[in-house]
Design a protein around this ligand. Structure first.
Ligand SMILES: Nc1ncnc2c1ncn2[C@@H]1O[C@H](COP(=O)(O)OP(=O)(O)O)[C@@H](O)[C@H]1O
Ligand SMILES: O=C(OP(=O)(O)O)[C@H](O)COP(=O)(O)O
Length: 437
């Protein structure tokens, strides 16, 4: 690892004493949907750190969140097989030829797991005596303290810290300051893992990009992307939007209504439209796939439409994809072909039904062989793999591509203006101060 490219305030795993130590490792193995692994890329990306820990005599306890089992409104936690770490453990066991124990703790109704009880000590003994290769804790979001406030959270952080001698954070994708990513670092000597370090080094290319810089932001989560979008807008030469975000933009710009787009999103998009009046950085994709239903791809119920036909007051159907011919229009083709840096956090349409827009986007970007391309986002990577498998495989081995293991994290870092502004990273730096000497 090229450590001079990393802020010297960040404590690094290379400098930790791991011999004979129990090492608590926060990873982002959030790759399971409905109990099935779709793309193990995020797991594979952490194997180097795990090997390094074991090779240096450390005994690993792993933890990750899976999905969003906590209902934000009611605060209840749904503990079921759909968000279990079980498939991840099975995958790791197949890859590493070892066994992991998954401790079980009582679940308190819809409040989740209240505490890590002493039953885990048997597993820790097995770990120390090499009867198992590692421990994998249950989904961190099954614990009531993980995303809580106050005592419950503090208790969980202390209980997690109580299991180990050292904490390593390798979960680049998990930027939310939860007990397992943030608070735990207050109680143990804590270090950034190798994946975290690699991602931070690569973030520099997006935060301080070689110009012209083109960002493509799409997908469904407009609410979490709107803040970062303002900052991205300042950095880019050209911004390309897709998905629900673009639909909101079209509503705001042309005064139309589009199915499935909320008034809150349109309101936010109006600011973007106003901002763009002067700078003109947003490159419009003029052809869209309009559907009468959001239920999927129904023959006879969808068609390609052109933005040139939009008129104020029109009520349109659902825009469920960017029509591929949009990428052949000179403005769009030139923006992509002329870029030196391209950041992609984008699924252009409602996959798996409408996929042609995303496929065409990936192919158009690939044709620019002079650009460094950065992809980030759970769905973005997964859909890239599903929709363009050959290209994905080639890109994995190409020096022109880099795949971040978190899309939200990249956007958050852009919003903060620095990778060292991310809360879990800050926690590691503060920890170094606390434990020094
Ligand atoms: N126009 C659209 N309408 C509804 N869903 C869409 C649309 N465009 C994209 N999507 C969906 O958005 C999802 C990806 O969004 P998001 O979670 O924001 O991406 P990421 O995880 O890569 O940041 C995909 O599952 C895709 O099917
Ligand atoms: O999949 C993730 O984020 P991403 O889709 O932005 O890459 C991370 O695991 C974070 O998950 P969260 O957004 O539920 O905290």
């Amino acid at each position: 690892m090229n450590r001079h490219l990393i802020d010297s305030r960040l404590p690094l795993i290379q400098d930790a004493d791991l011999a004979g130590k129990v090492v608590l490792v926060r990873v982002d193995h959030n790759v399971v949907k409905k109990g099935v692994i779709h793309d193990p890329y995020r797991i594979d990306a952490t194997l180097g750190t795990l090997y390094n820990i074991v090779e240096r005599g450390g005994r690993p306890i792993l933890m990750t969140h899976v999905g969003r089992p906590k209902d934000k409104k009611t605060g209840t936690i749904k503990v079921d097989a759909g968000t279990s770490v079980q498939p991840i453990v099975e995958y790791l066991e197949r890859k590493l030829y070892t066994t992991f124990a998954i401790p079980e703790f009582p679940v308190d109704g819809d409040q989740g797991i209240r505490q890590i009880d002493t039953s885990i000590n048997w597993h820790i003994r097995d770990l120390n005596e090499h009867r198992i290769g590692g421990i994998y804790l249950p989904n961190t979001r099954w614990f009531s303290g993980e995303a809580a406030k106050g005592d419950a959270r503090e208790r969980l952080a202390r209980q997690l810290a109580g299991l180990a001698d050292v904490f390593v954070n390798d979960a680049f994708g998990s930027w939310q300051p939860d007990a397992s990513t943030f608070d735990v670092a207050e109680h143990l000597p804590s270090y950034a893992g190798f994946l975290m370090q690699k991602e931070l080094i690569n973030l520099r290319h997006v935060l301080d990009p070689e110009k012209p810089f083109v960002a493509v932001v799409a997908g469904a989560k407009y609410d979490t992307k709107i803040g970062p979008l303002q900052e991205i807008y300042k950095k880019v030469d050209h911004l390309i939007l897709g998905g629900v975000i673009y639909n909101a933009f079209l509503c705001a710009k042309y005064g139309i209504t589009v199915g499935g787009v909320s008034e809150t999103d349109v309101k936010a998009a109006r600011e973007l439209v106003a901002q763009d009046k002067e700078a003109g950085k947003i490159v419009e994709l003029p052809f869209l796939v309009e559907s009468d239903t959001i239920e999927g791809r129904v023959e006879g119920k969808y068609r390609t439409v052109s933005a040139s036909d939009f008129a104020p007051g029109q009520e349109r159907g659902y825009f469920l994809d960017i029509a591929p011919e949009s990428f052949d229009t000179p403005q769009v083709a030139q923006a992509i072909a002329g870029a030196k840096t391209i950041f992609v956090n984008a699924v252009m349409g409602l996959t798996p039904h409408f996929y042609e827009g995303s496929q065409k986007l990936d192919a158009t970007i690939d044709a620019n062989t002079g650009a460094q391309k950065f992809y980030g986002g759970g769905d973005t990577l997964q859909e890239f793999k599903n929709l363009s498998p050959g290209l994905y495989l080639a890109a994995m081995d190409s020096a022109q591509y880099y795949f971040f293991t978190g899309g939200g994290t990249v956007l958050k870092a852009i919003e903060e203006g620095s990778p060292y502004g991310l809360d879990p990273v800050k926690a590691l730096m503060e920890n170094k101060e606390r434990f020094k000497g």
